[in-house]
Each structure stands twice: as structure tokens, then as C-alpha cells.
Design a protein around this ligand. Sequence first.
Ligand code: FES
Length: 225
Amino acid sequence: MRVKVKQKKSVAQDIDIVPQDCKESWVYTNIVKDHFFHPQNLVTDANKISGYSGLGMVGSPACGDMMKIWVWIDQKTDRLKKMKWQTFGCGSAIAATSMLSVMVTEKGGMKVDQALKIRPQDITQRLGTLPVRKIHCSVLGDKALRSAINNYFVRTKQKSRIIEESARMVDKFARVTDRDIEEAVLEGAKDLDAVQKKTKVGIGHPELIPEVEQLIRFYSEKYFG
Ligand code: FES
């Protein structure tokens, strides 16, 4: 794809890359670029990893990418001492996860309960911003982190802290779950029409629409504020 690169006055130090056939502006901040070109805590050889407390892995149906996160947790203080990661995701996923690894390990390490509450907005805020259609890339990291912490709860037999996360069927005819709707919103679908184009949810079953609309509002609020 041909791109033109231009300097934007409002974000003087950022490069605004605009694909020629796209009306949207894709702004990457210097912080994003720095984390992309110099990723922190990236694993290049997973065979060398050992002694970790938990391992989490998620894949994004949106783009076929996966993210693996390893955590080292001090059980006495309940703080994250180290986080390492590996991904086949794009540049935004690399920058977002690199920033996530800094956020959870800086200042002596984040408390586990606090790390579980990190939202994609918290990561994008620290990065300055991310293009809207790239928000789902930052979700890969925070989901994999929760999965790694959950794995730590399982390994250390902290049964009361284990989080059960299973998808709920919203439309049994089209086989669409709440996770599918969440992914559609993360991919940029903002209303019922757009979500139906991606998932076929509720088509031919108008009785399901109020719940679908409620989920679209919920996930839009959750990820885009
Ligand atoms: S991780 Fe898939 S597009 Fe960014």
C-alpha cells in the first residue's frame, strides 16, 4: 500500500501516516514508536525462560495474532517482580505490551490485584494515544496478563482468587457469543449495523436485539470511554 507521510502541527513531534485510500489519520506518538523500536522485556528465545510464576496466552480472532506473557510474582508481597512477553501481533501490540510490562514492574512492582484491573485505556494513556482501530492490539496484552496471573493463582492453589472467564452464547442461531460482540466492537464496529455485518448476530431474531445493543454500549464504554 502506498502511504504519504506528513508532519501534523498539533502533534509536532509525531508522524501522521495516512494511507492514500483511507480518510482516517493514524497518529503514532513518539512513545509508541520508541516502544516499538526498543521493546522492553521482550522474549526472543522462549526456551531460555524458567522459574516463572504464571504463563498466559491469548489469541485475537480479529487478526489471528497471539500474545504470550510470563510473570514472576513475589508471593510474600503479592507484587509483580518481572513480566516478559512474546507476540506475533503488530507494531501497536508490541508497543502496548512493552509499555504494559513497564507499568506492572516499575516502582517495586504492582500489586497483583491492581494489575488485574489494568484496562486498555490505561495502557494507551501511557502511550499518549493509539489509533482507534488499533485499540484491540493493546487488549491482547492486558488479557494475556490476566491469564498469566490466573495461571499463577492455579499453580499456587489460591482457589478463591481464580477467575473463571467463559464466553456466553448471545445468539444460538448464528452461534455468536458476548466475546464475538466484544471483538467486533474492538475492531471498530460502533453500532448494531456494523456489529451485524461482522457477526450476523440477531439477524432474523429481533427479540435478541435489545441485549445485543446493550452489549455494544457496554463494550464501547469499556474500551473507548
Ligand atoms: S495485534 Fe492484530 S492488528 Fe495489532
